[in-house]
Design a protein. Structure first.
Length: 350
């Protein structure tokens, strides 16, 4: 019986971006001559800005350097462009110490990062804070058709950072729609890069999400429309809103501390079941100590403590945790005074 023929995969080719500012699809922008293909590693060094210029591109992995908050490499994905990343494997990953910027330019389709299979993006040095930056949006011009789209094949998964939370943490901010299965071990924040933009919105849709990182809304709205599990840290800060329309499970243990927190005038609006051992805290912040949690869906599988330092915890649906209640400021409203709604602390739950 003849032996099967095994074709070895060629080693990846490293394409190094050359100009200070230039376009992805121009062959002379790269050394060797490019642009990168599905077996290529796109390398963008400090002080270099590569723009996809309304065309599509692909790579096995990307490496974007970042030295500081002022010296870093940048990849710009404008409207009408899609960057497809092919790389997969537990020991291989893209590295973004600089920034990927989604730009709401003149194209007719959303700027997109598309992943095939499993793909990890790591951050290896403490440099730039904002590594994956969504499109800009003014408060009075919220055009979701121009948000950055992160999508993938049906079996795809994008992982941000590693579960080793002691290292540098990859940050994603701005306006996004995230369709791909996402493991967030970094910081996902509905917050504009420039406060003059007023607001930001991140919508988690389609495939389930997970991770031990932070899900946050600072000056914006984080909308959850799909299940999210693991040990996530959920924060509504300053004037941000967490709109939880998908089920959430967040746990806290000796290794990973998940929690729910609202401060300043942050709001957590619960419209789907929440479960897990993560504690809940409402706390004062600055001159506007009025955080708000609104329970609109039965949440009866909780075991975390509830601590209310300020603001209001409102119950319009059944709520039960085996954890303890500590109120040293703020107040509880809604179902705590209604016989039709059951609110329990420090006792067995259904």
């Amino acid at each position: 019986m003849p032996c099967p023929i095994v074709t070895a995969q060629p080693d990846p080719v490293r394409y190094v971006f050359q100009p200070t500012s230039g376009t992805w699809n121009f062959p002379g922008s790269w050394e060797p001559i490019g642009p990168p293909d599905a077996n290529g590693i796109a390398v963008i060094g400090n002080g270099k800005t590569c723009t996809m210029n309304g065309q599509d591109g692909e790579a096995l992995f990307i490496e974007i350097d970042g030295q500081s908050t002022t010296v870093f490499g940048a990849l710009v994905i404008p409207m009408g462009s899609t960057l497809t990343l092919h790389g997969a494997g537990a020991d291989e990953a893209s590295t973004v110490n600089g920034t990927i910027k989604f730009d709401d330019g003149e194209g007719s389709t959303m700027p997109e990062l598309h992943v095939l299979g499993d793909h990890r993006i790591n951050k290896t040095v403490n440099s730039l804070d904002d590594n994956i930056v969504g499109t800009d949006a003014l408060r009075d011009e919220p055009d979701e058709d121009k948000y950055g789209l992160i999508a993938g094949a049906s079996n795809a998964k994008l992982t941000l950072g590693s579960r080793n939370t002691s290292g540098p943490r990859l940050s994603m901010i701005g306006n996004f729609k995230v369709e791909v299965a996402l493991e967030n071990n970094g910081n996902v924040n509905a917050n504009p890069q420039n406060l003059e933009q007023w607001t930001a919105k991140i919508r988690l849709t389609d495939n389930a999400k997970t991770g031990v990182g932070t899900w946050k809304a600072t000056y914006g709205e984080l909308i959850v429309e799909t299940p999210v599990t693991d040990h996530g840290r959920w924060i509504a800060g300053t004037s941000g809103t967490l709109l939880l329309n998908g089920s959430i499970t967040s746990n806290s243990d000796s290794e990973f501390q998940g929690y729910f927190e609202a401060d300043y005038t942050g709001k957590i609006i619960v419209n789907a079941p929440i479960s897990g051992s993560a504690p809940w805290t409402l706390k004062a912040g600055g001159s506007n100590p009025d955080p708000f949690v609104d329970i609109n869906y039965p949440c009866t599988r909780l075991s975390g403590n509830i601590v209310i330092h300020a603001g209001r915890f409102n119950f319009d649906a059944n709520f039960c945790t085996t954890g303890e209640l500590d109120v040293d400021g703020g107040r509880m409203t809604g179902g705590v005074t209604s016989p039709a709604i059951v609110v329990k602390f420090s006792q067995g739950c259904p």
